[in-house]
Design a binder for this molecule. Structure first.
Ligand SMILES: *Cc1c(COP(=O)(O)O)cnc(C)c1O
Length: 424
């Protein structure tokens, strides 16, 4: 369907010319080089760029606070009482969920804890919590502390599955074999949608089906998956999921996170949960009664009234996602990341090892065959030349070409820059 790539600069220009998303790029601010030109920003896996309209939306809320004060909860352009509800439809589109199944709240690790309280219920011989190795530290801390909170020993209850010796990705066959062998002892499976370090994308549907067949509960950490790869959480029958919004969702530093709870759990009052007044039935919330009545759906896991100023940039960003359209975004993501992968192999194949497998999103991670001080210098030199990448100690560079705001020419220039630095 798509023509093979070439290493010529003119090829990058032709790809940009044919890119249906090229004008969406103007929706974002980007850092500048010393000469005033726009830097090539490949850190969208870490902190997405600021949507221009975020400034307007945040300012509007600051202005309404001035003008309306407490009345802003009920009047104004976007009343605060129901502000979070406007995020549910676009988040549902991005996650393949019903609006009832998603909520913007808290931050990622907080949401992980809240949902593990409900969905990690070790009992009898089914006590284990399965995570990947190496997991993002916060996820592992959360998993271990949840196990401890049940009075269990992590040495017994934490099950970690990593790549085989000498390999970078976790083989799907190893996940399925583990579930087959030990599934009866696993209470909850908690895996990433896209692994933060290698950029490996997991087959969430297949994993969910296999884990459910063994009676396990299944949750995903979508920190690197949401806004990046296509998701169908409802149809895949995933039990729960959590994410942050500052990576591919461009929600801003420390942006409000999100959570998914499958519809089949939406009215289950028997599920234990940590409760707060914002999770309480909207009809009776302000009667201030002593007894908690959960809202149906993911909203029922909310604790506090949400931070409006932190949600405004996300409202802005999700409008851009809707304008771009899922099909166009996902198609460009595959083409753009494929192009980066191609150029790295063609031009620098002798000097680096790519960790990211073909099942991936918009991230390519690679090791440079050089001592770690050389790598640190390389990373700094790239930055000085206006190429933003990220260095994961000791030796992994991650670059995320993001379809909403990166161009093919930026990818070409990045690889050319890398080549010239490595040659010197
Ligand atoms: C980015 C990321 C986090 C960060 O957690 P916060 O609670 O948002 O600070 C946690 N887990 C994973 C897998 C991540 O990629």
């Amino acid at each position: 369907m798509t023509a093979p790539h070439s290493t010529l600069r003119t090829h990058a220009l032709a790809l940009d010319d044919a890119d249906p998303l090229k004008s969406i790029r103007q929706e974002f601010f980007r850092p500048k080089r010393a000469d005033g030109s726009e830097a090539a920003y490949f850190c969208g896996h870490s902190l997405g760029l600021e949507p221009r309209r975020a400034v307007t939306y945040v300012n509007e809320e600051l202005e309404e606070w001035q003008r309306l004060a407490v009345e802003g909860h009920f009047s104004g352009r976007r009343p605060w009482l129901s502000y979070h509800e406007r995020l549910a439809p676009p988040l549902a589109r991005l996650t393949g969920a019903l609006p009832l199944e998603v909520v913007a709240m808290n931050s990622l690790t907080v949401n992980l804890h809240l949902l593990l309280v409900s969905f990690y219920r070790p009992a009898g011989t089914r006590r284990k919590l399965l995570i990947e190795r190496p997991a993002f530290p916060s996820d592992r801390y959360a998993a271990v502390s949840q196990i401890l909170s049940h009075g269990l020993d992590p040495a017994d209850a934490l099950l970690e599955l990593g790549p085989r010796d000498g390999e970078e990705s976790i083989r799907e066959e190893d996940i399925l074999a583990l579930l087959d062998r030990e599934g009866a002892s696993i209470a909850t499976v908690l895996l990433p949608g896209v692994q933060y370090l290698t950029g490996q994308r997991f087959d969430m549907e297949t994993i969910t089906r296999a884990a459910h067949a063994k009676g396990c509960v299944v949750g995903f950490d979508l920190a690197h998956a949401i806004g990046n790869v296509p998701l169908s959480l409802h149809d895949w029958s995933v039990d729960f999921a959590v994410w942050c919004s500052y990576k591919y969702l461009n929600g801003g530093p420390g942006a409000i996170g999100g959570a998914f709870v499958h519809e089949r759990h939406s009215r289950n009052a028997a599920l234990p949960r940590f409760a707060g007044w914002w999770g309480h039935d909207k009809e009776t919330r302000f009667r201030m009664g002593p007894d908690f009545v959960a809202l149906p759906g993911a909203e029922g896991w909310q604790l506090s009234n949400p931070p409006i100023l932190a949600m405004a940039p996300l409202v802005a960003s999700l409008e851009i996602f809707d304008a771009a359209g899922e099909a166009r975004r996902v198609a460009k993501a595959a083409r753009l990341t494929g192009y980066l992968d191609f150029l790295l192999r063609e031009r620098l194949g002798e000097k680096l090892d790519i960790l990211t497998p073909a099942a991936r999103g918009s991230q390519v991670s690679f090791r440079v065959r050089a001592p770690s001080d050389v790598l640190r210098t390389l990373h700094a030199t790239l930055h000085d030349r206006g190429f933003y990448t990220d260095l994961r100690e000791p030796d992994v560079l991650r670059a995320a070409p993001v379809p909403l705001y990166n161009s093919y020419l930026e990818v070409w220039e990045f690889v050319a820059g890398l080549e010239s630095i490595l040659a010197s």
